[in-house]
Design a protein around this ligand. Structure first.
Ligand code: MG
Length: 242
């Protein structure tokens, strides 16, 4: 062996003695999207800018939003839309842009929502300089948890939600054994930090809350509701272990 300085020699000996574990399981390779926010290789894409083939109305009819220039626009009165694909627990990404509604205030300004499993709403609202009750502002787990901060962009700009959702679990006897939970990044800012979702429904047997459900986008419609144009793009999810 050629002369080696002691430190280098010790390092070389240590490396030679390190156990080799070729059988050790490696993390599954998932090729990420070309840019941040783009769907990774194992994502289930719900809207890629082309059509509404992954979405239906509550009655199972084709969704009545419109698609142009890679953007889905849902107008008040077109109805809630549901993804055909369902999930139990998932990582979810979507982008949204409320239209400017300067003549409206509070809950009437740019209201929609992302319903996890069609049951739990992450509020979409134009919360840029638009105060309302905190558990109803943009990024809220509606009615339960206010967002940690207001990370809203002005209306007309694109905004992102990145959501990690774990669905509630029921046992075979129909008892709720684990509440659901949710973590939300709004425009890259943490607004819900592993928040437990209180179950406000009747229970496992009555509401099938332990079963998979779709993503639902809300049409916040009611008698006298202002016309809201809510734009969406780049919607996908990845099922994750419960
Ligand atoms: Mg809403």
């Amino acid at each position: 062996m050629a002369y080696m300085r002691p430190a280098i020699l010790l390092f070389a000996l240590a490396m030679a003695a390190a156990p080799q574990k070729p059988e050790e399981p490696q993390p599954r390779v998932v090729t990420p999207g070309a840019a941040c926010g783009q769907p990774p290789a194992d994502a289930i894409v719900l809207f890629d800018g082309k059509d509404l083939s992954h979405w239906v109305t509550a009655g199972g009819q084709p969704a009545r939003c419109t698609v142009a220039d890679g953007v889905m626009t849902c107008r008040t009165g077109s109805g809630d839309i549901y993804s055909k694909e369902t999930f139990r627990s998932a990582q979810i990404h979507l982008e949204f842009s409320p239209s400017r509604m300067s003549d409206q205030h509070g809950q009437a300004r740019g209201n929609s929502g992302v319903y996890l499993q069609g049951r739990y709403e992450i509020q979409i609202l134009d919360s840029y300089q638009n105060p309302t009750y905190a558990v109803g502002s943009c990024g809220a787990l509606y009615g339960q948890a206010a967002p940690l901060v207001n990370a809203s962009r002005p209306p007309g700009e694109w905004q992102t939600y990145d959501i990690v959702f774990h669905g509630p679990q029921c046992d075979a006897a129909g008892n709720l054994v684990r509440h659901g939970s949710v973590t939300v990044l709004h425009n890259g800012v943490l607004v819900q930090d592993h928040v437990e979702i209180k179950n406000t429904l009747r229970g496992c047997a009555a509401d099938h809350i332990g079963e998979p459900g779709p993503l639902m986008l809300q049409d916040h419609n009611y008698k006298g509701a202002p016309v809201t144009l809510m734009r969406f793009r780049n919607i996908w999810f990845r099922p994750i272990p419960d």
